[in-house]
Design a binder for this molecule. Structure first.
Ligand code: ADP
Ligand code: MG
Length: 403
């Protein structure tokens, strides 16, 4: 059981990039772990064997999802079959049939929970498994005091083992996350320091060049040359835009936050971006709850909303609809959602969102999302993304509400 966990964090997470392949490798490793557990059980008299196969089964299913869980169950059944069809075989199959649906039911919940809940879910499932095992045993072979004692030992031991391994797994995940977050923070710090120095210096010569280019653009110039000048000016403007994005990012965080009303800001942003959306054949539908107050900087909030809206518009080359809503949640957040019907993103693309220069567009800068994330984070909020390739994307911005 230690080996799969170890291999996962040292090799699989580092080397294997695709989610699917990771799952396959981990399922096989958990499978091997199950085979070992079943091969070296504690034998207690005839036909009574205790082992800890439940631990790799639970870990593999909870972290791997549906197919891992099916694979591991089939593996258990096939291996059990191989050692002969006895009453113990039916016992195993029945127990699996009654536990796997329950594990799968909790798996979805597990994936969304944080550490403490995950530990509880795993221990609960392990207890449930032993309990079902006990009931099935009584039904198949009758009640005996001795067996009840053994079962209690199994129950306690299984729960402790599950607890140990799930805590181990979760702790390593946590350490890993902190490490990557630190790396990212450091990267971003370096970028922002460098850029704020360079950006200002670059802007002045560019403005001068642009000015002279405009002067060169005389009416009697041949059409070709006029075009060259036009292109040069456009490219300079684009460079300027990139610098603006960078400056917004590199600016030291001055705490000039104030009470602002999100609905009003959203309406303003929609107005600003209206002409851009019309030219892309995109319609925006808003549903805004009044009186959503947050503590933030209106200018920055608008900038991040504009970035997200622009992306939504650009994701629909043939036009479409964007739904914009603003509501308050029960746990004290203002929830802004921006949903499009655009090209969507794959899981890998979503993971890279917000990193500098990550752009799939021909003339994209890959800075918009980075700035948006940073701004929302500076307001103690968070951005969630749901996306399906070729279906559309939904951005959810959560900001702490004030009264
Ligand atoms: P840019 O817009 O300059 O490419 P961004 O940081 O704004 O840079 O976005 C990064 C990338 O994320 C985009 O190139 C695009 O591939 C993807 N993306 C962002 N928003 C969406 C969306 N609503 N639908 C599909 N892809 C998106
Ligand atoms: Mg963008």
């Amino acid at each position: 059981m230690v080996v799969p966990i170890f291999i996962n964090f040292t090799i699989v997470l580092e080397r294997v990039k695709s989610h699917k392949n990771r799952n396959i490798i981990m399922s096989i490793l958990w499978g091997i772990s199950i085979l070992f557990c079943m091969s070296f059980p504690v034998s207690l008299g005839q036909n009574i064997r205790l082992d800890l196969r439940i631990v790799p089964l639970i870990l593999g299913s909870l972290y791997g999802g549906f197919w891992s869980s099916i694979f591991l169950s089939i593996l258990i059944i096939v291996y059990r079959l191989y050692s002969g069809v006895s009453i113990g075989f039916y016992n195993s199959v029945l127990v699996l049939l009654l536990t796997i649906p329950v594990i799968l039911f909790f798996q979805r919940y597990f994936a969304r929970s944080e550490k403490r809940k995950r530990v509880k879910i795993a221990i609960g499932l392990s207890l449930y498994y032993c309990f079902i095992g006990f009931i099935i045993f009584i039904i198949l072979r009758g009640f005996s005091i001795d067996y009840a004692k053994i079962q209690i030992i199994q129950l306690i031991f299984g729960a402790i083992a599950t607890w140990f391994f799930i805590v181990l797994y979760e702790t390593i995940i946590e350490i890993n996350q902190i490490r990557t977050e630190l790396q990212n923070a450091e990267k971003l710090r370096v970028i922002s320091e460098l850029t704020s120095v360079f950006a200002h210096e670059l802007r002045n010569p560019m403005q001068v060049t642009r000015g002279f280019l405009q002067l060169l653009n005389e009416p009697d110039l041949p059409k070709e040359k006029k075009e060259y000048i036009q292109i040069s000016i456009e490219e300079l403007d684009r460079a300027n835009e990139i610098i603006n994005d960078f400056l917004a990012f590199g600016k030291p965080v001055i705490n000039n936050n104030e009470r602002i009303e999100v609905g009003y800001q959203l309406q303003r942003v929609v107005k600003i971006i209206q002409s851009y959306s019309l030219s892309h054949n995109v319609q925006m539908i808003t549903e805004i709850l009044e009186d959503c107050w947050i503590y933030a900087n209106a200018h920055k909030l608008n900038q991040s909303l504009i970035n997200i809206l622009k992306n939504a518009i650009e994701s629909m080359p043939n036009g479409g609809i964007i739904w914009i809503t603003c509501t308050s949640t029960e746990d004290g957040f203002i929830k802004i959602t921006i949903k499009d019907q655009g090209i969507g993103m794959t899981k890998e693309q979503m993971d890279r969102l917000g990193y500098p220069f990550y752009s799939l567009k021909e003339s994209g800068t890959g800075l918009g999302m980075m700035v948006s994330y940073q701004i929302v984070r500076s307001f103690k909020g968070e951005i969630q993304v749901k996306s399906e390739k070729d279906k559309g994307t939904e951005f959810i911005i959560l900001l702490p509400q004030i009264n």
